[in-house]
Design a protein around this ligand. Structure first.
Ligand code: NAP
Length: 246
């Protein structure tokens, strides 16, 4: 198993891509900390991880809450002694065209998608530095590369994540810590809920593979990047979009 006994914290793991990633990591032998906001969904993911005979525990933490994140890392180290991988996956959308975007819409998305990624990484970095090893994986988006109609806030946050990843790849590489970003295209999860059905069908038409992505297809990318098979992949920005942008 590719992630045997590796300890991974996954944010936003209650549903969608994060849940699929938690289950994939558990299937590959990892010990998983399921971080999210909603206890019921956390429990569901923990149960799914345990069905694979993986080890998992849940932690309610908001990525905006620096103390809660610190407590989560302390609890992880107390239980399993280390943190091998952080998957910064939690994210939201609050779409609006620029002319209608409110300050709250802009700030909320930046606070969770950008500052939240910083907060979580800041909370684990000392542990990884002590270990002289670790992997920091981050959910960006093709929207962070190319922009998107109605997503000024989201595009800024996901572009910012790429900037932090490249900085961490430079700062932390010699300390044995790798940082990478994954840019999903359109993946069938609840985050697409606000997109009208006809727009989704039109998007599918544009994808050379002819369909939306599945959460499991992002999860397997994260699992590969977390594994020792990806030991020379650092500072990479990997698009997983079915070829949508070519
Ligand atoms: P999702 O189904 O909406 O799941 C996001 C998860 O993040 C939810 O469980 C949510 O919890 C959690 N979350 C939200 N705010 C949080 C906070 N402040 N602290 C902790 N957890 C929080 O979304 P997804 O599609 O799986 O997306 C996962 C990541 O991939 C996101 O970063 C997203 O931007 C990125 N992405 C997705 C797509 C796509 O097409 N699906 C494409 C590109 C990038 P609650 O539901 O309890 O609020």
């Amino acid at each position: 198993m590719r992630l045997q006994d590796k300890v991974a914290i996954i944010t936003g793991a209650g549903r969608g891509i994060g849940q699929a990633t938690a289950v994939k990591f558990a299937t590959e032998g990892a010990k998983v900390v399921v971080c999210d906001l909603t206890p019921e969904w956390i429990e569901e993911t923990v149960a799914l991880c345990k069905e694979t005979r993986g080890e998992a525990f849940g932690y309610v933490a908001d990525v905006r809450d620096i103390q809660a994140l610190k407590n989560m890392v302390d609890a992880t180290v107390a239980k399993w002694g280390r943190v091998d991988c952080l998957v910064n996956n939690a994210g939201i959308v609050m779409d609006s065209q620029l002319k209608n975007m409110t300050e709250d819409q802009f700030d909320s998305v930046i606070e969770i998608n950008l500052k939240g990624v910083y907060n979580c990484t800041r909370a684990v970095v000392d542990t990884m530095l002590q270990q002289q090893s670790g992997v920091i994986l981050n959910a960006s988006s093709i929207v962070g590369l190319y922009g998107n109609f109605g997503q000024t806030n989201y595009a800024a946050s996901k572009f910012g994540v790429i900037g932090m990843v490249k900085t961490w790849a430079r700062e932390l590489g010699r300390k044995g810590i790798r940082a990478n970003a994954v840019c999903p295209g359109f993946i069938a999860t609840s985050i697409l809920g606000s997109i009208p059905e006809r727009v989704l069908r039109a998007l599918e038409e544009k994808v050379p593979l002819g369909r939306l992505g599945k959460p499991e297809e992002i999860a397997s990318t994260f699992a590969f990047l977390a594994s020792d098979e990806a030991s020379y992949i650092n500072g990479a920005v990997i698009e997983v979009s079915g070829g949508l942008t070519i």
